[in-house]
Design a binder for this molecule. Structure first.
Ligand code: PGA
Length: 255
């Protein structure tokens, strides 16, 4: 399966900084063959990024969406608005939205459906907190997140999904999961998806690992059987280090 590496910039970069990053990363584009690269800037920088990467192989992602197409939702952005800007992917249920902004599994379920209804590919983020891990509840938490996020979808739609396994305790802490633990969780996700939608449907579903991924450790994640890419926060903010990270991932899967 083609690797998918997504840069999640969170609330970073003005339009000028976005343009500089995109121009810099495009210089390396030819070297990225075999890896699908996705940039998820803040909403305000989507048009700037779209203008520069339009004829390239780089893809555009958004960090969230509202669950309705339009309406009286001050401050919100819909999937239709994102699709209009050339956005192809959208993160749904990122841990910062779950734990800082209070999104629950029901809300996330309606967002996954809204994304697919607008022709966007959702990257559904799941993962346990440190306390849940210590209580031995990792699989239970992930399974509940998957089942409730996908309950409103027909099995066929589930095949279009990317899932990002992001243990909450590993995000932005510099304390990445052990590759063997990440593999165990991603294998569990694969099996849970097969139970939900059937093995044929999820054959092409890619699963990313996220949480303190950097150039020095990405290889050890993507060489695992059940991990097909990464969702990268902090290490995606500088074009040169992000491109080194992509090269490290390619090298690991080619060797
Ligand atoms: P991090 O963030 O790479 O900075 O840990 C990952 C994420 O939040 O998606």
């Amino acid at each position: 399966m083609e690797l998918i590496i997504a840069a999640n910039w969170k609330m970073h970069k003005t339009t000028g900084e976005t343009s500089d990053f995109c121009r810099a990363i495009l210089k390396e584009e030819k070297l990225f063959s075999g890896v699908e690269i996705l940039i998820c800037p803040p909403y305000t920088s989507l048009p700037a990024a779209a203008n520069i990467i339009v004829d390239s192989s780089l893809k555009l992602g958004a960090q969230d969406l509202h669950w309705e197409k339009e309406g009286a939702f001050t401050g919100e952005i819909s999937g239709a608005m994102l699709a209009d800007l050339g956005v192809e992917y959208v993160l749904v249920g990122h841990s910062e939205r779950r734990h800082i902004l209070g999104e629950d599994n029901n809300r996330i379920s309606s967002k996954v459906k809204a994304a697919l209804d607008c022709g966007l590919k959702p990257i559904l983020c799941v993962g346990e907190t440190e306390a849940e891990r210590e209580a031995g509840a990792t699989n239970e938490v992930i399974e509940e997140q998957l089942i409730s996020a996908l309950k409103a979808l027909s099995a066929g739609k589930i095949g279009d999904l990317v899932v990002a396994y992001e243990p909450v305790w590993a995000i932005g802490t510099g304390k990445a999961a052990l590759p063997s633990d990440a593999e165990a969780a991603c294998l569990f996700i694969t099996e849970a998806l097969q139970n939900i939608a059937g093995p044929e449907t999820v054959k092409k579903t890619r699963i990313q690992y996220g949480g303190s991924v950097k150039e020095g450790n990405i290889g050890s994640f993507v060489e695992q059987t059940s991990i097909h890419g990464a969702l990268v926060g902090g290490a995606s903010l500088k074009a040169d280090s992000f491109s080194k990270l992509v090269h490290a991932a390619r090298k690991a899967v080619q060797s």
